[in-house]
Design a protein around this ligand. Structure first.
Ligand SMILES: [Fe+2]
Length: 146
């Protein structure tokens, strides 16, 4: 039952910006570890480790993505930073609110979908389009796109 809550990576989520794509993929892997957990003796500690690892990596990823956007003079950077901050706030709220494993899993699934799918497709894709229109191939690894 727990396995089918996993969030599948799809190649349509690739931006063609290697470092960001790799980090997005790793975020999928990290959050999916949550759905291997079952109620049990050590679950609380395991849950804590997974949530903090995901949360730490989300923050590293957002910082790297923001630095990348700054490096290419992405015009919508400030707005994109705000969206990142909202996602971090929602994540912190889940982590800091005590709840049963099932509830946390469900909330995390909703959040992970927002962070990993909606945000990539609706917002990060704008970075890709900007790079395609304004930058040369040196910073856009087009060979990685199907
Ligand atoms: Fe983003």
């Amino acid at each position: 039952m727990s396995n089918n809550q996993k969030i599948a990576w799809d190649n349509s989520y690739r931006l063609g910006i290697k470092k960001i794509d790799q980090q997005h993929k790793k975020l999928f892997e990290l959050v999916n570890r949550l759905y291997d957990l079952e109620e049990g003796v050590n679950t609380k500690e395991e849950l804590r480790v997974i949530l903090y690892e995901f949360s730490d990596y989300v923050k590293v990823h957002f910082q790297d993505e923001e630095a990348y956007m700054a490096s290419i003079a992405f015009p919508d950077l400030e707005n994109h930073k705000l969206l990142h901050q909202h996602l971090v706030d929602s994540l912190n709220k889940i982590i800091l609110t005590p709840a049963k494993l099932d509830i946390i899993k469900t909330k995390m699934r909703v959040l992970a979908k927002r962070v990993l799918i909606d945000h990539i497709l609706q917002e990060d894709t704008k970075i890709k389009l900007y790079v395609l229109q304004n930058c040369d191939e040196e910073i856009f690894d087009i060979s990685d796109i199907e």
